[in-house]
Design a protein around this ligand. Structure first.
Ligand code: ADP
Ligand code: MG
Length: 256
């Protein structure tokens, strides 16, 4: 099987409003894909189609050769928004355990084996020492890592993350992106993420997808993140620097 995730002619949206149109995409085994594009360009909608939580108007979606809902337990999803109310009455490990419910089923209570899986997932994200801490008391970066642990607890083959680093400080972003890189290279987990932090992550990505309702370009970071391609996409002069293998994209402020 060449594509682990394959979309062909996918158009999807809400009510009758089209949010993504004629999407063709092939995501390969072991790859790390970054999806970029302006707000409202359909990035979250694309992820929802891949996870099977939204059915397209047209086209086909296959994950490991099946409709996504059939392989839900092989997909881990970290949503962009989650309840981070400081008074949320759950500890970090309880939040991770909720991620196991689709695997446990609603009837059975989580058992010792489930708790062990949840603890292992917290250990993977470096937060085992916070297992009993109220979720709401954790820092923004730690909450995101707990949400990643929650997705990892079900032992997914694909991890899909919606802006996992948005709103975080540089150090927390680094911790999360390094963690994802490790999961990809050491555990061979296929990673698909939406991000605005393209500069910090470009060197880890196999593929960058730029979308604005449609996919405008998809290719390796060197191709997509070139001065020519980006200047065209942004409609403003863009400079791209490379230093120690890191790519840095600088969009000139046209109002300056
Ligand atoms: P992005 O993640 O790139 O910001 P989205 O996929 O969230 O974009 O949204 C794409 C378009 O679909 C936007 O025009 C947005 O307003 C619309 N949209 C998103 N979610 C819903 C929803 N639940 N109901 C109706 N319209 C929605
Ligand atoms: Mg979004």
């Amino acid at each position: 099987m060449d594509c682990v995730v394959e979309l062909a002619g996918v158009t999807a949206g809400y009510d009758s409003k089209v949010a993504i149109e004629d999407i063709n995409l092939c995501i390969k085994d072991r790859s790390f894909t970054g999806i970029i594009g302006p707000n409202g360009s359909g990035k979250t909608t694309l992820l929802r189609v891949i996870t099977g939580s939204l059915t397209p108007f047209r086209g086909t979606v296959k994950v490991f050769g099946h409709p996504p809902v059939r392989v839900r337990n092989r997909i881990g999803y970290v949503p962009q928004f989650f309840n981070d109310d400081p008074y949320i009455p759950f500890s970090a490990i309880e939040v991770v355990l909720f991620g196991l419910y689709p695997h446990i089923g609603m009837i059975r209570r989580p058992g010792g084996k489930d708790v062990e899986r949840a603890r292992q997932a917290l250990d993977t994200v470096g937060l085992l020492d916070k297992e009993k801490e109220p979720f709401g008391h954790l820092s923004g970066g730690q909450k995101r890592r707990v949400m990643i642990a929650r997705a990892l607890a079900g032992d997914p083959d694909i991890l899909i993350l919606d802006e996992p680093s948005s709103g975080l400080d540089v150090k927390s972003i680094r911790i999360i992106l390094d963690l994802l890189h490790k999961l990809n290279t050491e555990r061979n987990i296929i990673i698909i993420l939406v991000t605005h932090n393209i500069n910090q992550i470009a060197s880890y990505l196999d593929t960058v997808v730029y979308m604005r309702k449609r996919i405008y370009v998809a290719g390796n970071p060197k191709e997509v993140l070139s001065k020519e391609v980006l200047s065209e996409l942004y409609g403003a002069p863009v400079d791209v620097f490379e230093r120690n293998g890191n790519i840095c994209v600088l969009v000139e402020d046209s109002h300056a």
